[in-house]
Design a protein around this ligand. Structure first.
Ligand code: TMP
Length: 219
């Protein structure tokens, strides 16, 4: 039975997510209960998943067609969920994932238009059952502003980062959709705020979540 907590970080490219995940990890390292936290990323997070990540983002010889892309993201998620996330939650740990299924709704659903969002949600349900994150930090930023932040030297961009503004506008619409549809778990953060302000909001939301969860466990 699930008794841990599941926290995810989401947002379009160049929203500052990686910086916030890194700062959050540093904050966790200062906590007494730091061994209760498990950090994972998607795609990736397992040794198979990391190979899939490479194929998805960097394999240029034979880029996946959209349906293959969707299935590879889902394969990576299935492996990570069963091997790492679920066992950790069952041990009462706090799992922190850098991206999860909201990314699939935004990128493969809204931007690539492979299937409707509801169909993608059904595919996810086949992997996750009824599991959903308890808390999702969505770093919200208009793609045109995020694009200004991106390094103009695009030589190191992965396949997704190389997509144009129109693609990233659809990604944004996807996040708007899912953050409203499943709003009970979303904390929407204004990603144009300062790094410290955003970090403080994240820390205080997580502290509240842990406090409330501890109370629930005692009753
Ligand atoms: P990032 O984790 O470094 O942000 O990069 C992962 C990229 O993969 C990012 O562009 C979003 C994309 N992605 C999808 O398109 N679908 C998914 O389901 C996931 C998890 C990520």
């Amino acid at each position: 039975m699930k008794n841990g907590l599941f926290i995810t970080f989401e947002g379009g490219d160049a929203c500052g997510k990686s910086t916030q995940v890194k700062l959050f990890k540093e904050y966790v390292a200062t906590r007494k209960d730091k061994e209760h936290f498990v950090f994972v990323r998607e795609p990736g997070g397992t040794s198979l998943g990391e190979k899939i990540r490479e194929l998805l983002l960097c394999y240029e010889e034979d880029s996946p067609v959209p349906k293959a892309e969707l299935l590879l993201f889902l394969a990576s998620r299935a492996q990570l969920f069963e091997k790492t996330i679920l066992p950790a939650l069952n041990q009462g740990k706090i799992v922190v994932a850098d991206r999860f299924y909201d990314s699939t709704i935004a990128y493969q659903g809204f931007a690539r238009k492979i299937f409707e969002a509801d169909e993608i949600l059904k595919l996810n349900e086949m992997i996750l059952g009824k599991y959903k994150p308890d808390l999702t930090f969505y770093l919200k930023i208009k793609p045109e502003i995020a694009f200004e932040r991106k390094n103009l030297n695009s030589l190191n961009f992965d396949r997704m980062e190389k997509e144009d503004l129109d693609f990233h506008q659809k990604v944004y619409e996807g996040y708007e959709f899912i953050s409203k549809k499943e709003k009970e778990r979303f904390v929407v953060l204004d990603a144009t705020k300062s790094i410290d302000e955003i970090h403080n909001e994240i820390v205080s939301s997580v502290e509240n979540l842990i406090k409330n969860n501890t109370k629930k466990c005692k009753t």
